[in-house]
Design a protein around this ligand. Structure first.
Ligand SMILES: CC(C)(COP(=O)(O)OP(=O)(O)OC[C@H]1O[C@@H](n2cnc3c(N)ncnc32)[C@H](O)[C@@H]1OP(=O)(O)O)[C@@H](O)C(=O)NCCC(=O)NCCS
Length: 237
């Protein structure tokens, strides 16, 4: 929940992950520039470190549900992302004050940027259903996380399409995002900041091994629970 205050009532969320503008897209691994099938497990993490892993990702996940595909977000997604920001379940999960939704200025977010933040859209059967943000909290341009150690990543995740909630898609997205972060050798841990009131999200993150660190008031509408996943503990699972 990273916010930039433009006026007292107009808030634009600026986040952690990436923005895939053409320049950044060129800097990304080829495998990320393509649509990616999500897969899971140690074998998948090993595959991420393998230069030939793109082909190994083509297999379907071992779940009886459609595979989630992850691709970089693009400017053509702005209308969809903006619509999701207005969905009640998204507002409830991202702002402690429903009259002040935590909205992104998506054209700004997805424009070229130098802080390493990236956004990825999750699709099920060609339909966008959710978004992932992956960022370096020490470099993120709004300094939402304040003074923070290097070699961390932060993940933002939300499913925008209400009918896609609770079907396992979020789990597929999160596995992909964790593997993506830890595929970078210097990354030691991942942090997330669900609202303190979002107990469902706490359970969701705990499933992946995230541990509670502290309750933290990031801004007026973000009373959050900071949670952290150490690479060592994730690899040991
Ligand atoms: C949090 C979120 C990403 C989880 O994705 P999802 O696809 O709905 O969740 P999944 O179906 O993969 O379920 C994963 C876990 O979430 C929790 N969960 C899912 N549906 C739930 C429900 N209806 N009630 C309570 N917990 C639930 C459970 O812990 C579940 O574990 P299980 O599979 O062992 O039952 C998604 O619900 C979402 O985007 N919610 C709104 C925004 C948000 O809260 N984002 C995260 C914090 S910023």
């Amino acid at each position: 929940m990273i916010l930039q205050h433009f006026t007292s009532v107009q808030l634009f969320r600026s986040s952690a992950v990436g923005t895939l503008c053409p320049a950044q897209s060129r800097m990304m691994p080829a495998v990320v520039r393509k649509s990616l099938d999500v897969f899971s497990g140690r074998r998948d993490r090993d595959a991420l470190r393998n230069p030939n892993w793109a082909s190994s990702m083509q297999r379907a996940p071992a779940m009886s549900m459609p595979a989630v595909k992850i691709r970089p977000a693009a400017l053509r997604d702005v209308p969809t992302l903006t619509r999701w920001d207005g969905e009640q379940h998204v507002i409830t999960a991202t702002s402690d004050d429903p009259s002040v939704p935590d909205k992104f200025d998506w054209n700004h977010e997805l424009a070229p940027r130098a802080d390493g933040t990236q956004f990825f859209v999750a699709e099920v059967e060609e339909r966008p259903i959710g978004i992932l943000g992956v960022l370096d909290p020490a470099r993120e341009r709004t300094h939402y996380w304040g003074a923070v150690a290097v070699n961390l990543r932060a993940i933002d995740i939300w499913i925008g399409e209400k009918d896609a909630l609770g079907k396992g898609y979020g789990s597929q997205m999160m596995k992909w995002a964790i593997d993506y972060c830890f595929a970078e050798p210097n990354v030691v841990a991942i942090v997330v900041d669900p609202l303190y009131s979002n107990t469902r999200a706490h359970r969701f993150y705990e499933k992946f091994g995230f541990r509670r660190v502290e309750r933290r008031q990031f801004d007026a509408i973000s009373d959050c629970l900071v949670m952290r996943l150490e690479k060592g503990s994730y690899d040991a699972r």
